[in-house]
Design a protein around this ligand. Structure first.
Ligand SMILES: [Zn+2]
Length: 359
């Protein structure tokens, strides 16, 4: 083989691997999007439920109806072909972008955002137009999460208001993988993955409407009783904790900077998390423990007794076990030892996995 041929075949190899990687990056984005859709809170699946809220709303002030509840924060920004130096450089980049996005917020929440950043190590916190009361309440719920689960520090990169489909879309969402930045290297490695928690501006900025949505969803057992605007954020951290446990279980690394060597483990973790394999394993174990310890019950009723939303399905009719876990976590946050026995069974299994992490 002459030199020229070798070069060409090498080039082909590089090109193919680049295409494979880009394909995987594409899959990531797709998975993320699909996952996010599946994992959203969908407070109203039926129009009828929606019209109930509208009726109740009629007795309230009509002024709010003309307002649009949107944020100036853009959670979709991406950066390609960057000269990525190291992890600290990436963290500083995310922090800088977050601060820059808040330049036009005209808000008085800087102190709250900085306090949250101190105890969570979340790099970008963009509450922008949120009311001070809501921001304070979310801070307190995050204190619960990060005090009881301090090892989750340094994973979630952003918590932010988003515009994403208005009030027909989710209330809050967890995005385990957002390809934020790619390198200027031939193979695009390393790339930067953001782990984000979203608060939909259509709800979090529309206090009265959001209050009614929660009241109805809580009354109908779609959400656990006593659900609040900030407890819904705790639900999202049920997803965060599950994902970090999956990272540990599948021997992956903290995923902020993904190098070529880390890629297959990272992809494997994300796959098993996203397609509910890891969550199903946890729920199966919790269910078995529950029927041994308490009483016979179908697995469906086990989920339903946690909340209506804990018994969610994707568009193909597959159970969303990640929602069962997140709702158990949510129920336990709200009711502690008075939570449903089903929820407590799930928490006990989570704790078993958490012990592994802290070992
Ligand atoms: Zn969820």
């Amino acid at each position: 083989m002459n030199k020229k041929k070798i070069k060409i075949s090498l080039l082909i190899v590089i090109n193919i691997s680049t295409i494979v990687i880009l394909f995987f990056l594409g899959i990531r984005v797709f998975h993320t999007f699909k996952y996010s859709n599946d994992s959203y809170y969908e407070p109203f699946k039926e129009n009828q439920q929606k019209s109930n809220v509208k009726n109740e709303e009629e007795s309230k002030s009509e002024n709010d109806d003309n307002k649009t509840y949107t944020t100036i924060i853009d959670h979709t920004r991406k950066y390609t072909n960057q000269n990525i130096i190291n992890k600290q450089w990436v963290i500083d980049f995310i922090k800088k972008e977050s601060i820059e996005q808040e330049n036009n917020c005209n808000n008085n929440l800087k102190d709250i955002e900085e306090e949250i950043s101190d105890f969570t190590k979340i790099y970008g916190i963009n509450f922008c137009e949120l009311s001070r009361e809501n921001a304070e309440n979310i801070k307190e719920s995050l204190k619960y999460v990060y005090t009881n689960y301090p090892w989750i520090q340094d994973y979630v990169t952003n918590i932010t208001l988003v515009n994403d489909g208005g009030e027909n879309s989710y209330i809050a969402a967890f995005q385990p993988s957002f390809t934020y930045m790619t390198s200027n290297t031939n193979n695009k490695f390393p790339f930067v993955i953001k782990i984000q928690v979203f608060l939909n501006a259509a709800y979090y900025l529309n206090d009265n409407y959001f209050g009614l949505v929660i009241k109805n969803a809580s009354k109908s057992n779609h959400f656990p009783t006593s659900t609040t605007k900030e407890s819904l954020v705790v639900h999202e951290f049920g997803h965060v904790i599950t994902y970090i446990l999956a990272i540990n279980y599948y021997n992956s690394n903290n995923t902020l900077l993904v190098n070529q060597n880390d890629f297959s483990k990272y992809a494997n973790t994300l796959k098993n998390y996203t397609n509910q394999v890891f969550a199903k394993q946890i729920i199966d174990e919790a269910y078995q423990n529950y029927i041994k310890e308490y009483q016979e019950e179908s697995e469906e009723n086990f989920r339903k007794n946690i909340s209506g939303y804990a018994n969610s399905f994707d568009n193909n009719g597959n159970v969303l076990y990640n929602e069962t876990i997140a709702e158990s976590f949510h129920d336990y946050y709200l009711h502690k030892n008075s939570a449903k026995l089903e929820s407590i069974s799930v928490i006990n299994v989570l704790n078993k996995y958490i012990e592994e992490i802290n070992r």
